[in-house]
Design a protein. Sequence first.
Length: 315
Amino acid sequence: MMLARRAVLAGLAGALAAPAWAQALTYKIRPEAVGDGIWLIRGTDGPIEMANGGAIANLTILATPAGTVLVDCGTSLRYGLQLKPLVEQLTGQNIVRVYLTHLHPDHIYGAGAFDPAIVAATPQLMDILKSEGESFTAGMYRLLGDWMRGTIFHMPGKTIDGPSEEFGGRRFRLLPLAGHSPADLAVLDEQTGTLIAGDLVFHDRAPSTPHADLATWRTSLNTLKAVAHKSVVPGHGPIDPTPNAAIDQTRDWLDWLEPALRQAVAEGRDMVAAGEMPIPPRFARVKAARYELQRSVSHLYPALEAELLPRIDGK
């Protein structure tokens, strides 16, 4: 049954008569050097949509004497197939490790282009992916159509079983955390002090909250801030060349969001009204702010209403 479902999903776009333009869909993948042997591929700052092919997540490339390391791998098989040769040409070496930072498909569905043996996730994320990894597939096909052609979720073949990994003398500290999702991974390149934070950190782009636990997220931000580092690669938005600006901005958004939603519930606003509340001027440069506020209302409001507005019949 599982295999049959996968086959149907994988062939969905191909089974329909695709227009000529759909055959030529190509991602614009432009690595930008951001450190010694480090390149950033910036995702689009908007939502997942046909115009961007779902390429909204940041990916990081790290060159080592023993091969190339990737942190996250994009949103579709099509993306992964374009990414792999581009990265290997850029560094002159094969890709030897692909770290997955969390379960969201904009970061991990490109894994189908890689040998599962080199794709790594934390034990916590492995457990989640076993039950949830395929669940986004149909939705991604509905959103992106032919961009997703051939994309099937693949389980990682490597479970991270230690606090660090070393490739040719370049060591990466692996930080299993949570908050943005139930299982997040941050990676510290000890050679340069570059902290690759995944979606625990957003920079000049509003945080998304579909699986968020805000209290746990704040604790993880404290942990990241305490890690000795020089710069931060966020999951979305530009690199932060300072240690803490992006971390602090992410915390500031979360610290505003939760009490604002609680106040909206207490004032009796419905979800539509809550999504239209004023956003503080200090977030004026933060992209997708209104979009993510409205999404956060849909993610978080029902639980807040249940907590703050108990039923009068006691049920």
